[in-house]
Design a binder for this molecule. Structure first.
Ligand SMILES: Nc1ncnc2c1ncn2[C@@H]1O[C@H](COP(=O)(O)OP(=O)(O)O)[C@@H](O)[C@H]1O
Ligand SMILES: NC(=O)OP(=O)(O)O
Length: 314
């Protein structure tokens, strides 16, 4: 029997591309994958990444403040807010258009500027780990470190990137509004780029210099909305052990215990696959019947139907 599910979708970098024109094109195919699920009757909530985009925005704003002494440097929290607006704008319009093509003329699509509370004492503030911006050569990375004081790290064999603090998400500030919109049938884009990181100071929400991992924010959101499935869409169809080695093995099904064992054995790269597997464990382990899935963007529907992807469950 067909079962309607509440699905939180976490969209990875390949869903958005690395530049303005690339994003305009990428969101069209991303929207097809999302609308396949809506067409099948599922309730869908969308979270997107922002690593390349927030790096680009931060660079542009920093260049502006170097040129113009009246422009102080733009805090990273504001850059995350800008990335939510810019990505949400393209994504919501692409989904709206795709829905209309499929005859859903009245399904509203909305982007919520979302703040996510973090703990100001989170040790992540002293250990920057979240890659943002473009991949650079070692030479360009060394230049950026020297010229701008950025911390640069090698990212899973793909080149060097700037890293910033990435505290764990504790609370979604706009959760009540998000829940109302989802419950009333809206397609909601929220917690973009992991959410705007804020700390609570009395009644004041103060922007934090960080970028939250969208996989962890998706897991928190999925738990709060009592979703059935968290699906993390990225550039690989399945999770592997011995990834990239001769004895690489793609995994279709993982219990939480198996996933934890593989984490302990170091199979998942920090800053790329590791947070996805950790977020999947966090969601799937939180309540009976909850399943997490990691798969390729284009395979979202097949993943939900159990035909592909890596399924993580109790
Ligand atoms: N064990 C693994 N199994 C599969 N992919 C892995 C593994 N370890 C690292 N990766 C890499 O992680 C990438 C996904 O992380 P990333 O590109 O940071 O995600 P996002 O899609 O959120 O931007 C995959 O495309 C793959 O290159
Ligand atoms: N904020 C975040 O997790 O972005 P990416 O998915 O692009 O790394």
């Amino acid at each position: 029997m067909y079962t309607r599910k509440r699905i939180v979708i976490a969209l990875g970098g390949n869903a958005l591309g690395d530049s303005l024109p690339e994003q305009m094109t990428a969101v069209k195919s991303t929207s097809k994958a999302i609308c396949d699920l809506i067409e099948d009757g599922h309730e869908v909530v969308i979270v997107h990444g922002n690593g390349p985009q927030v790096g680009m925005i931060n660079n542009a704003m920093s260049a502006l403040s170097r040129e113009d002494e009246n422009q102080p440097n733009t805090p990273l929290s504001v850059c995350v807010a800008m990335s939510q607006g810019y990505i949400g704008y393209d994504l919501q319009n692409a989904i709206r258009e795709e829905l209309r093509k499929r005859g859903f003329l009245r399904t509203p699509v909305v982007t919520i500027i979302t703040q996510v509370r973090v703990d100001e004492k989170d040790p992540a503030f002293d250990n920057p780990s979240k890659p943002i911006g473009r991949f650079l050569s070692k030479e360009d990375a060394d230049f950026q470190a020297k010229e701008y004081g950025h911390i640069m790290k090698e990212d899973a064999g793909r080149g060097y990137r700037r890293v910033v603090a990435s505290p764990k998400p504790k609370e979604i500030v706009e959760l009540g509004a998000i829940r109302n919109l989802v419950d009333s049938g809206r397609v909601v884009i929220t917690c973009g780029g992991g959410g705007i990181p804020v700390t609570l100071k009395g009644d004041h929400l103060s922007g934090a210099s960080a970028v939250i991992d969208k996989d962890f924010a998706s897991s928190l959101l999925a738990k709060e909305l009592d979703a059935d499935v968290l699906i993390i869409l990225t550039a690989v169809e399945k999770v592997a052990i011995n990834f990239g080695k001769e004895n690489e093995q793609w995994l279709s099904d993982l219990t939480i215990e198996e996933a934890e064992r593989y984490i302990g054995e170091g199979h998942f790269a920090p800053g790329s696959m590791l947070p996805k597997v950790q977020a999947a464990i966090d969601f799937a382990g939180s309540k009976a019947g909850r399943t997490a899935m990691i798969t390729l963007l284009e395979k979202a529907k097949d993943g939900i139907m159990g035909k592909t992807g890596t399924r993580i469950h109790k």
